[in-house]
Structure formats: C-alpha cells, structure tokens
Design a protein around this ligand. Structure first.
Ligand code: G3H
Length: 246
C-alpha cells in the first residue's frame, strides 16, 4: 500500500502575519484523513512554521537545499541546517529551479543525495515543457530526469524519495493536465521505478490542482496525491485537496 501525500509549496509567498493565519487554520482543522500533509515554506519562515506546526501531523518542508554539505557557498542552505529546524522533506528539481536557476539534472541529483544523507525526504520533481510535450518528448524527458537522480542515489535511495510529476505547462497557468494525461506519465514513471525494483514510493501530481479538480486527478491509479502551489496558500482549499487525497 503506497502512502498518499498532499504537499503545499508556498513558493516565494507569505509574510509573518499571513503565515501565522494560514498555519493556524491548517493546524486548527486537525485533519483526520489518511493523506500525509506537509507545507514547504520559504527559508526565513522555517522557524515560524516549525513552531506553529509543533504537535500537529503536518510536516515541515523546504523548497530547495544545497548540494554541498558546508563551507564557502554564499547564499546556500545545507540539508543539515534544514534538519536543525525540524524539516522533514525538501523539494529538489522543481521546474522553477530547473528553468530559472539552472538546476540541471546533475545538480538535482546531488541535492537529492545531500538531502538523503542528512535524513531528509527529497521530493524529486520532474516534468516536461509544452514544447517538449508537443514534440512527443514528454516520456523521454521525465524518464531521463528520473534516471539522473537514480544514477546518483541508487534504487535504495529512491525508495526513500517521493516523486512529483509537474508538467511545466500546467504550473501556475490554470491549465491542468487531464486526469488521463497525468495517469499516462505516472504510469511511465511507475514502470521505470518497478524496473529498478522500487515499488512503494509515492508519485504526486502538481500543476494547477484545486479543490474542484483534485479528486478526479487523485482517483487515477498511479497518482498518490499532489504537490500544490497557489491553492496551498488558502487553508480551506489546501484542506479540501487533502481530503480528496484521503
Ligand atoms: O509546486 C507546485 C507546483 O509548481 C504547482 O503550482 P500551482 O499549483 O500553482 O500550479
């Protein structure tokens, strides 16, 4: 039986007051569904979120991690530092990191390795651009992105990861992959994982998931929940999506 997850990715949004209200509402709901919940907050708010989530079942996540352990890497945040703030999981290879900050496959793999080494769960994000999809390359792209991480962390490492499929063309655009499109890609990923004898890891879908479309997407055989951007900034939306995954 695979775990299901609903992970909020706040991206570069929020401030102390807004975060306090959002976290309070999420915790106060005492979510009782079966899905595992987490929120990935900006680095400066890790301490705030750690405190607000203490004693709740909502896990704390970060949105990125350095590939390096420590040293002269100005601006970087190590996996060990994240551990110090009670972080349980961290996104690696989000498409915005890949496209805007040059996180190439090798860097994503190194970040996944750094996270695993520190005892964090990497949420490894993969996904194709619209151009790649229209060129019939979606399968090759996502499988290559997965392979780049597998080559570094191995099957053993992958069993400790969560995977997230996020078609770049569906992120923040309001344009969601159809449940069938999501399932098709999740199916490719599931087969590739099975070929590596990695059976039980969750594969989440991300890209314009809302309370109104979550159930249809999560009902697909190989979709194990979602990585939620915009809708995770509204407690009621986030909680409804969590309920749809449970
Ligand atoms: O990490 C989340 C994804 O980028 C999806 O974002 P979105 O739900 O705002 O489209």
């Amino acid at each position: 039986m695979r775990n299901t997850w609903v992970i909020g990715n706040w991206k570069m949004n929020g401030d102390l007051a807004a975060n306090a209200a959002l976290l309070k509402d999420i915790v106060a709901a005492s979510f009782s569904g079966s899905a595992n919940l987490a929120v990935c907050v900006p680095f400066p708010y890790l301490a705030q979120a750690q405190q607000a989530l203490a004693g709740s079942r909502v896990l704390l996540g970060a949105q990125d991690v350095s590939q390096f352990e420590q040293g002269a890497y100005t601006g970087e945040v190590s996996a060990k530092m994240l551990k110090d703030f009670g972080v349980a999981l961290v996104l690696v290879g989000h498409s915005e990191r890949r496209s805007l900050f040059a996180d190439i496959d090798e860097v994503v793999a190194a970040k996944a390795w750094a996270a695993l080494t520190a005892g964090l769960t990497p949420v490894v994000c993969v996904g194709e651009t619209l151009e790649e999809r229209e060129a019939g390359q979606a399968k090759t792209v996502v499988l290559n992105q997965l392979k780049a991480v597998a080559d570094v962390v191995g099957a053993q490492g992958l069993t400790k990861c969560v995977l997230a499929y996020e078609p770049v063309w569906a992120i923040g655009t309001g344009r969601t992959a159809s449940p069938e499109q999501a399932q098709e890609v999740h199916g490719w990923l599931r087969v590739a994982l099975a070929d590596m004898a990695v059976a039980q890891i969750g594969i989440l879908y991300g890209g314009s998931v809302k309370a109104s479309n979550a159930a249809d997407i999560f009902n697909q055989a190989d979709v194990d929940g979602g990585l939620i951007g915009g809708a995770s900034l509204v407690a009621s939306e986030f909680l409804s999506i969590a309920a749809a995954a449970s």
